[in-house]
Write a protein that binds this ligand. Sequence first.
Ligand SMILES: Nc1nc2c(ncn2[C@@H]2O[C@H](COP(=O)(O)OP(=O)(O)OP(=O)(O)O)[C@@H](O)[C@H]2O)c(=O)[nH]1
Length: 565
Amino acid sequence: MGTGKKEAARRERQKKTSDGMGNVRVKGENFYRTAKKAKTLNMFKEGKAQRDSSGKITKAAAYQSRDIPQARVEPNRKWFENTRVISQDALQSFRAAMAERASDPYSVLLKTNKLPMSLIRDSQGKNGLKEHQAKIAVEAAPFGDTFGPKSQRKRVKLAVSSLEDLAGETEKMQDTYQDRLEQARYLSGTLVETDQTAPDEGTLTTAREPIFSKGQSKRIWNELYKVIDSSDVVIHVLDARDPLGTRCRSVEKYIREEASHKHLIFVLNKCDLVPTRVAAAWVRTLSREYPTLAFHASITNSFGKGSLIQLLRQFSSLHSERKQISVGFIGYPNTGKSSIINTLRKKKVCQVAPIPGETKVWQYITLMKRIYLIDCPGVVPPNQNDTEQDILLRGVVRVENVEHPEQYIQAVLDKTKAHHIERTYDVRGWTKATEFLELLARKGGRLLKGGEADLDGVAKMVLNDFMRGKIPWFTPAPAPDIKEGGHNQENETDEVITGRAGRLGEMPRKRKRDYNDEDEEEKEAAEEGDEEVVEEEEDEDEDEEKTEDGDDSNGGIAINPEAKP
Ligand SMILES: Nc1nc2c(ncn2[C@@H]2O[C@H](COP(=O)(O)OP(=O)(O)OP(=O)(O)O)[C@@H](O)[C@H]2O)c(=O)[nH]1
């Protein structure tokens, strides 16, 4: 809207031309020219007709021209919509099903127009083109026309001209493949380890199903690097049941080499699923490399929360010159990164689910005025040495997407103790994984048509139970090096090696609790329970910030002063 003279002129003009009531249009709807008006004006802009001295039109204006403009169809993919593709298998089964129906005299096909009938007619030769082509290619064309010196068919283009060249080409491809493997190993940080166990020259790894490459996509790694770049403290969340399996060594290496000013700490989550001794042994082992904390993520009954907050406060005072510090949570999918953030905030701020890949993008959460938390999607370092079984049992893959889950059940049975399985499912007397599944399916009434056991469905259930902690299992901590560190070696050896907990998957039978002798019932119940729950007394601390700290004194933390933070 102009001011002064121009605006006054506009108002004056519009008073005459507007609705007759003297209402002047104000800025807003319909203030400017309408599309139609603009089009008309543009048409005139393209030029006037040319006239001679007597006023006759010698050349018409563009809008007056009667020439038909040259036009072409707009290249747009919408012309190709409604095109469907059908696989050969699906086509065959459709044909078979249709043939069956057609031959049944008691059934009539209604609404055939909703079925892709042309797919059937094709094979009957209605659409002659394809059949004709096939005939030419297979039956009608003589050998000479196809392959002889007078062949009319185009030669297949080959990049090689002789058998030797072909062999050389294959070797070259093999070398490139080996280089790629090497690079993948380097990325996963297992280059040194694999050197000793490197497969023999010439052996090839088989291709993997794409679902086993979850957490490795470029997108996820970009998210990870965003989180690392924006964090001052990086918390690497490990699953207490398999801390080494859920370690991302390449990320540790990256932080050590490329971002050594950032603090890396380990948080051993899901400690409630392993016996205290095992968690303690792992904390001792891992804290030789980085500060390590034991944690149990739960909004109502957590463990290690006070220690973690205390540690973050220390980091924050270490960087007192900054306005705030950011703490990034990284780790394998499903290790409980989002759950830890929810525990610290004491409310559900991040989406949590018992399936991997729930967190899709990074997320900022304010813990206190000076401490921000960043959630990251789960990452999986690519490692050619990991089998599909390893990847699956670490909880990286969504079980419902796995084909033939029965094949992994033997690994579950090997990792767990038979009596734990018996207690969980109340089945006994199996020798093989398939027998176990069969028993379980029959017990739960999970049968398919014809009374066959639904092995697939039951196997998926067992795998989910294994990952979600319904079946107790854990990886024992490695034996402590007697010469290393300043720990009480006697106790360590005793705890880690000779205890029942030292054996694979074995859980202590008794809880560490004082029983009343009279209270036999409770004692029995405790003996039944196979999990030794790490308990925490929460000392709620009034904080002026957004969180209330559950203080468990020094419960979860074990920091080795020699370890490089
Ligand atoms: N028993 C037990 N379960 C836990 C603990 N922490 C997390 N969980 C469970 O583990 C599952 C995964 O937790 P999330 O917090 O979604 O894991 P995440 O690491 O954020 O997973 P992504 O989104 O895939 O990266 C959920 O079902 C949680 O309830 C814990 O300390 N103990």
